[in-house]
Design a protein around this ligand. Structure first.
Ligand SMILES: Cc1ncc(COP(=O)(O)O)c(C=O)c1O
Length: 311
């Protein structure tokens, strides 16, 4: 038996109404999240103790839960209060840097049967972890990615905990020494294993449509807003494989990676092989958006305020 790594047990978490160390949190083996991956999750980035775009993550949590026919067990205010209390309980050095609030809701505990039993009490879990930012070198040089067919299911728009397709896809890049795996369905761009993928051509930004085949990252809206503010045309439409390889720029987006330029895909150099001006401008705008939201919100993780929101 492998012991739980020693880094885990002290991390504070929330499970079904109780706060305690992660290493002591226990769920039933009959939890449908464990048995079927029958649950959804969210990862909200946190800067200097302030969750970024929390409401947009809550709206997506509502959409994911609705797809699974699970009623949201908590109000948005309750989710925020729990997150704030966990952020407050995290070590000050971690709070000063980038963190992620991980939220998971499963259908609950029931005898094993594929059919959805009515009246279950959902399992609710939250934890706050440090997020290691993308390295300065990767940002300066861009990253190498590999491509693969998108072999995941047809409901990729649900942020479901059943992530085996994403795990297998991510491992392809791990084994190739690459940063991410960029996937194509029938030669149309979908997304990477845990990031959205964007291309830039002639100064215009293109992303795949917000349909059921990709997860609409919270950065979809943010990138659109940043493009609008910078006067950069932004369009969502099907993007062919050739367009990706022939793009001036390709970049990834996600809560933990923010915006990352891709400068090599498989054996091909993308554009000039250096991070391009559009990605760099959008990344700068993203940093400003973070700073302005933190300034507006103040830090809810200072002890007095956090106690107020968790009361
Ligand atoms: C498959 C997939 N696509 C896209 C994203 C990016 O979404 P967001 O910007 O909300 O982090 C993620 C994030 O985990 C993901 O798992």
């Amino acid at each position: 038996m492998h012991p739980i790594p020693s880094a885990l047990p002290d991390t504070p978490c929330y499970l079904n109404g109780n706060y305690g160390p992660l290493g002591e949190a226990k769920i039933s083996v009959l939890d449908r999240g464990f048995i079927f991956g029958d649950g959804v999750y969210e990862v909200v980035p946190v800067y200097g103790g302030v969750p970024f775009c929390f409401e947009e993550h809550m709206a997506r949590l509502d959409r994911s839960l609705a797809e699974l026919k699970i009623a949201n067990p908590l109000s948005h205010e309750d989710w925020l209060a729990i997150a704030a209390r966990l952020i407050e309980a995290s070590p000050p050095a971690e709070r000063a840097a980038m963190q992620g609030v991980y939220i998971q809701v499963t259908r609950g505990v029931a005898p094993r049967d594929h059919a959805m039993p009515p009246g279950l009490v959902p399992t609710v879990f939250l934890m706050v972890n440090p997020i290691k930012p993308v390295s300065a070198e990767a940002r300066a040089r861009g990253v190498y990615c590999v491509s693969a067919p998108d072999f995941r299911w047809q409901k990729a728009h649900i942020k479901a905990t059943s992530l085996l397709g994403a795990v297998l896809a991510r491992q392809i890049s791990v084994e190739a020494g690459a940063f991410e795996t960029i996937m194509f369905r029938d030669d149309w761009l979908s997304e990477a294993s845990s990031c959205n993928v964007w291309i830039v051509k002639n100064g215009r930004v293109f992303g795949p449509p917000r349909d059921t085949l990709v997860l609409a990252g919270i950065r979809f809206n943010i990138i659109e807003r940043l493009c609008d503010a910078a006067g950069i045309p932004f369009d969502l439409r099907r993007i062919g494989r050739d367009e990706v390889f022939g793009a001036d720029e390709v970049f990834l987006s996600s809560a933990s990676k923010e915006l990352v330029p891709v400068t090599k895909l498989d054996e091909e150099t993308i554009g000039e092989g250096m991070p391009g001006p559009v990605c760099q401008a959008l990344f700068a705008g993203y940093q400003e958006a973070k700073a302005s939201q933190a300034a507006q919100a103040g830090s809810p993780s200072t002890p007095a305020e956090a106690r107020a929101v968790t009361r």
